[in-house]
Write a protein that binds this ligand. Structure first.
Ligand code: C2E
Length: 272
């Protein structure tokens, strides 16, 4: 009986920090103190007070009782520091989440701004800037690359505008743009180059193919009887002229565009 309880006591004392165990072994702490120390929160510190300040077993027990009933920590409840840490973590997570949202919003916004900067607002086609950049890219990337360039414009557009007004003129631009955008899907490109002028890049088709495609577009546009939306009046039909140039070996964007422009000028003089 006695040695069993002695062993049990010894085993319990093993729960104390090693430094406190050492004091028990060395005899600087009594077994009574050691037992009392089992109940306190910080046995190391209290053991030092026992040794240095002569704290009694009763005082140690009182301290342990105070720790458990007073403002001290209670089992089963997170300590204040833990609660604060949790709150900090949550606040940080919230901040991180909201800053992620901000970044996403900002990135979406930047993409929108960049898209807007490359797009013609009326027709939603690429604008001149993005067209020029694309043409440069195509001409820079490969000396021997066979790209075909087309420039197109609406015949007598000024007269049309003067007769029917700018709003109807804008509708006509949108109509032509919608036909060209159907033909000009990537990797091709269709752009509003300025006023009533459009331009297209065909990165992998030769002149003959492009001619056929754009002739079809020309006929489609010429056969559509447009209506004035506000009054339902017939606007008649419109026609477009086309100039096409296939890139010569090593030709730069400027020269290629110049030749396509000249071809357009020629077709204007011949037809429209
Ligand atoms: P939107 O007015 O926004 O029309 C977009 C598309 O909706 C048109 O593409 C067409 O497919 C269809 N749509 C709209 N209104 C009508 C209609 O009254 N009848 C029929 N059949 N379809 C209609 P689409 O034809 O390529 O035209 C693109 C844009 O070109 C139009 O945009 C409009 O701004 C302009 N547009 C085309 N045709 C006319 C026209 O006859 N008169 C005027 N004022 N604008 C036209």
């Amino acid at each position: 009986g006695k040695s069993r309880s002695h062993l049990a006591n010894t085993l319990r004392l093993l729960q104390l920090p090693p430094s406190v165990q050492d004091h028990v072994i060395a005899g600087t702490l009594t077994a009574g103190h050691a037992r009392a120390l089992l109940a306190v929160k910080d046995p190391d510190t209290v053991a030092r007070r026992v040794i240095e300040d002569g704290m009694t077993v009763r005082e140690v027990e009182a301290l342990a009782a105070g720790e458990q009933t007073g403002t001290g920590p209670r089992p089963g409840r997170p300590r204040k520091a833990a609660i604060e840490k949790d709150a900090d973590t949550r606040a940080l997570e919230r901040r991180l989440e909201s800053s992620n949202r901000e970044v996403t919003k900002l990135r979406d916004h930047m993409e929108q701004v960049r898209r807007d900067a490359m797009t013609d607002a009326l027709t939603n086609l690429a604008n001149r800037k993005s067209f020029d950049e694309a043409l440069e890219r195509h001409c820079d990337s490969d000396e021997g690359k066979n790209i075909t360039l087309a420039v197109l414009d609406i015949d007598h557009f000024k007269r049309f505008n003067d007769t029917w007004g700018h709003q109807t003129g804008d509708q006509v631009l949108r109509y032509v743009a919608s036909v060209l955008s159907r033909i000009g899907r990537a990797p091709r490109m269709a752009a509003r180059y300025g006023g009533e002028e459009f331009a297209m890049i065909f990165p992998s088709e030769n002149m003959a193919v492009v001619e056929r495609l754009l002739n079809e577009a020309r006929q489609e546009i010429a056969s559509r009887v447009l209506k004035r939306r506000s009054t339902n009046e017939d606007l008649g039909t419109i026609t477009i002229s086309v100039g096409i140039a296939e890139r010569d070996y090593g030709e730069d964007a400027y020269d290629l565009l110049d030749r396509a422009d000249k071809a357009l000028y020629q077709s204007k003089n011949n037809g429209r």
